[in-house]
Write a protein that binds this ligand. Structure first.
Ligand code: CMC
Length: 428
């Protein structure tokens, strides 16, 4: 295969190297283009830009493939757990039983928040968005952390990752408790990751919540499926911040903010709001789809479409199956799941969606699972953030470990005023 690319600019020919990934994905390395030609490349929204090479997650959007460190998501969903998948994503290979036990013990040992941090929750107004609290509290956590210099090897990173992953879960539950005016519930040392979260969310000081195995299993799966997804908006943000040599906590706090928006992690809230709106207003699914397709409408079919997947998002298939199973085990009928299915059927048979290759994404069915286990809608994106933490940590590690990392600093094509004279105030 040809390992260079020839381009012609202003009548001159240049050769650029071609980089090939382990799954044969090819990229033209344009890093020397400007110094040789004076040109930069322009790629609005980075739709065709590889911002880095990475060995963490592989996606084939045409075929609907997702693998963490080479392992298919379907196999992990079937046979692994969130904590095991998190370790895999961060450290690059499946943990041995010793690794797993050590990491689980670290997660348990780090589940408590510093006492002084608990006071911060009182300072947020009751209606504060949990994503704002989460990002602020992750940054606050960095004030209580040993200096970044401690992360000099995998053991140091493992300790920091456990502190972050464990405390993020406690912060999330505590922010929910604060928002409903209930006292913060302390973690339990005998519970595993997902169980402990459900305990902190739903127990009361005078009444222990009974965590069911079905709820713990469903939450575990939800978190595992969100653990990483290569260079999406929030992960790219984490890498961007990390490239300035900012610490792990600051970088992940920035990731939370990027995830918040409805086109990204916030879509799981937008989907439920859309389904609820259709349910409550009684609007016909066909009419809703018509509205989505209208050129003048800004309404989108939330939970549909993806920048990379031009086929089913494999996570949505797994989540749909899990949602059906969970609801049947709990003997719950969720009318919103019926509406979701009607919408999916209408969209998948419609030329607008077929031509644009728009399929259900991870957020289309995830809300049904979260609703079934009692998670309030305003916490949905926080749940996504808890799940995505391993991916952000792994991407931070790639940046941190690579001695050739340069600060991320894109260029632009300036379209503003040309040289403009300053007019003194009295003459304006
Ligand atoms: N409903 C209706 N039309 C859509 C949708 C949708 N959900 N998504 C894309 N389109 C249309 C869009 O209007 C455009 O049409 P046209 O060519 O006529 O202008 C075409 O499809 C291409 O859309 P785009 O906005 O250029 O695509 P993108 O790659 O920039 O956006 C996306 C990807 C995920 C932001 C978008 O599909 C979307 O807004 N989906 C709904 C929000 C959502 O579910 N987000 C979660 C994404 S998955 C999890 C995550 O990333 O966190």
């Amino acid at each position: 295969m040809n390992h260079t690319c020839r381009i012609e600019l202003d009548g001159r020919s240049y050769e650029l190297p071609v980089v090939e990934g382990t799954e044969n994905e090819r990229a033209v390395d344009i890093s020397s283009l400007r110094s040789h030609t004076g040109y930069i490349t322009l790629d609005d929204g980075y739709g065709n830009t590889g911002s880095c090479t990475s060995a963490i997650t592989y996606i084939d959007g045409e075929q609907g493939i997702l693998r963490y460190r080479g392992i298919p998501i379907e196999d992990l969903a079937e046979q692994s757990s969130f904590v095991e998948a998190a370790w895999l994503v961060i450290f690059g290979h499946l943990p041995t039983s010793t690794d797993r036990e050590r990491f689980s013990a670290l997660l348990t040992a780090n589940s408590q928040l510093p006492q002084s941090m608990l006071k911060h929750f009182d300072a947020f107004p009751p209606h504060a968005h949990p994503m704002a609290i989460l990002s602020a509290m992750i940054n606050t956590l960095s004030c209580h952390e040993p200096p970044q210099a401690e992360i000099t090897d995998d053991a140091g990173l493992e300790r920091a990752a456990a502190r972050l992953m464990s405390k993020v879960r406690t912060i999330a539950a505590a922010s929910y408790k604060a928002s409903i005016g209930e006292p913060v519930v302390y973690p339990r040392y005998d519970y595993r990751y997902a169980e402990n979260f459900l305990h902190m969310m739903f127990s009361l000081p005078f009444k222990e919540h009974e965590v069911t195995p079905e709820a713990a299993k469903a939450l575990n799966l939800f978190l595992l499926l969100h653990a990483d997804h290569e260079q999406n908006c929030s992960t790219s943000t984490v890498r961007m911040v990390a490239s300035s040599q900012a610490n792990l906590f600051a970088s992940c706090a920035a990731g939370v903010c990027a995830l918040w928006g409805p086109l990204h992690g916030g879509a799981n809230v937008a989907v439920i709001e859309m389904l609820q709106h259709i349910h409550d207003s009684g609007v016909n699914v066909t009419d809703y789809v018509k509205k989505v397709k209208s050129k003048n409408s800004r309404t989108r079919l939330m939970g549909f479409g993806h920048r990379v997947y031009r086929n089913f998002d494999p996570r949505s298939r797994i989540l749909k199956k899990a949602a059906d199973e969970l609801l049947s085990t709990l003997h719950v009928h969720d009318p919103l799941l019926d509406i979701a299915q009607e919408l999916a059927d209408a969209a998948l048979g419609d030329d607008y969606f077929i031509e644009r290759k728009l399929y259900p994404n991870v957020d289309f069915y995830s809300g049904t699972i979260l609703r079934a286990i009692g998670i309030p809608v305003n916490m949905f994106t926080v749940m996504f953030a808890i799940g995505r933490m391993p991916g952000w940590i792994a991407n931070w590690k790639e940046i941190h470990d690579d001695p050739s990392t340069r600060i991320y600093r894109p260029r632009q094509v300036y379209t503003g005023n040309t040289l403009t004279e300053f007019v003194p105030r009295t003459e304006r």
